[in-house]
Design a protein around this ligand. Structure first.
Ligand code: DNO
Length: 404
């Protein structure tokens, strides 16, 4: 794209692409106006080495569509690392060699997360909004139903109020077996870009491995991971960016250590290095009322390597849904202005990584996309994300015009 304000560049516009199985082809990604792709090699099992050839093949595929693979989302962290057992030496070696291989192919921004057992969690993938579009929704009552009646997790009841438990029981009762199965599956099998066909017993076995693990123990395992991989990342010139927990509070009785400002401060202290950075996800952080996003963004700005721009609307009953990108509880103009300022600051300081890549995170399912199955990528239909990107682009241009 020709820059409207060449002296005041915009943030780099990204779009997530799940690889050749993504129902949204790269040609469409290009038509959204995005220039940068956030992608991962989802076909490689967690913990294994990414070969240079596999990385190059993906990079060339993206380049052939006129786009740039600039951010890896994600190089997943194997459960053994989070639990702190098994052949950690081999896992760390694979991770660091993967970082070297990525850097050798020119890809230096790498997102990862440290959420135990599950990746992100929602209780409704197709919640209908007044305009007929559909969004992702998290309702603690439905999650209680999942835990208490589906998973039958010992002790789950204690995490909910009696009113929540009663509503959960009534809701579960209203479902037939097919609806219950579909609901359960929609919670336990939404790892990014893959379907593992996990069963409830698989989840129970995964949970059992975390028994008696508290936040401090999980933090110690994150520290051990960072101490093993940060030196290699520094050597390779890779910027690691941890993604916040989604949702940013404990689920399934599991420890949770990347949910709020104090958590990020503690993580940055583990290794005071630019390689130990953050993927600032406004959607994830905003699901917690006590997270002051503009303040957090300012506090952590210099260590942010990638952005997920999205909003949520919190509701009085403790649930939240994903709002349009410029609506909901996130003050997106303030967020984008802060990011543009940070980018200008980096550029003035001569930082090589001055340009900040963002992607519109998730989008409503709308228009023609309503007719398509969500498949492996709920939340990632094309048109809704393109709407988000277009709105964010307009917001950036408006802010630039004002400051010219
Ligand atoms: C959900 C995403 C997450 C994210 C990973 C990062 O849509 O934001 O799945 O990609 O957690 O490791």
């Amino acid at each position: 794209m020709d820059l409207a304000f060449p002296n005041l560049p915009l943030l780099a516009e990204g779009f997530r692409w799940f690889g050749p199985n993504d129902p949204v082809p790269l040609a469409y990604v290009r038509q959204t106006g995005a220039t940068d792709v956030f992608s991962s090699l989802h076909q490689i099992p967690y913990g294994e080495l990414w070969s240079r050839e596999a990385i190059r093949t993906r990079r060339e595929m993206i380049a052939a569509a006129g786009l740039r693979w600039s951010v890896v989302e994600s190089v997943p962290v194997h459960e053994d690392i989070k639990i702190g057992c098994g052949d950690l030496k081999q896992l760390f070696e694979n991770y660091t060699q993967t970082l070297h291989n990525l850097a050798a192919e020119g890809i230096t921004q790498v997102i990862y997360n440290f959420m135990p057992v599950l990746d992100w969690v929602r209780t409704e993938m197709r919640s209908v909004l007044p305009d007929g579009s559909e969004c992702l929704h998290f309702d603690p009552v439905r999650f209680a139903a999942f835990e208490i009646y589906g998973l039958k997790r010992a002790g789950a009841e204690a995490d909910y109020t009696s009113e929540q438990r009663e509503r959960a029981a009534a809701w579960w009762k209203s479902l037939d077996d097919t609806a219950r199965d579909a609901f359960v599956q929609s919670i336990i099998d939404v790892f990014p870009g893959v379907k593992w066909a996990l069963s409830l017993d698989d989840i129970r076995a995964m949970l059992a491995r975390y028994e008696r693990m508290n936040d401090a123990a999980l933090s110690a395992n994150l520290a051990r991971f960072l101490e093993a991989v940060i030196p290699a990342a520094e050597e390779a010139g890779v910027l690691l960016a941890i993604h916040p927990d989604d949702p940013p509070f404990s689920v399934l009785g599991l420890p949770r250590i990347v949910s709020k400002a104090a958590d990020i401060e503690a993580i940055f202290k583990i290794a005071d290095s630019p390689a130990n950075g953050l993927c600032f996800c406004t959607g994830s952080f905003s699901a917690r009322a006590d997270n002051d996003l503009p303040a957090m963004l300012k506090q952590f700005a210099s260590r942010i390597h990638a952005m997920h721009l999205r909003s949520t609307q919190r509701l009085p009953d403790g649930s939240f849904y994903e709002a349009n990108h410029l609506e909901g509880s996130v003050n997106m103009p303030v967020i984008v202005k802060t990011l543009l300022d940070e980018q200008d600051r980096r550029r003035a300081a001569g930082r090589a990584d001055w340009q900040l890549p963002f992607r519109p995170d998730h989008g409503h399912t709308m228009m023609d996309d309503l007719m398509k199955p969500a498949g492996i990528t709920p939340g990632y239909s094309c048109i809704g994300r393109m709407r988000g990107l277009a709105e964010l682009r307009g917001l950036m241009l408006g802010l630039r015009y004002q400051s010219e």
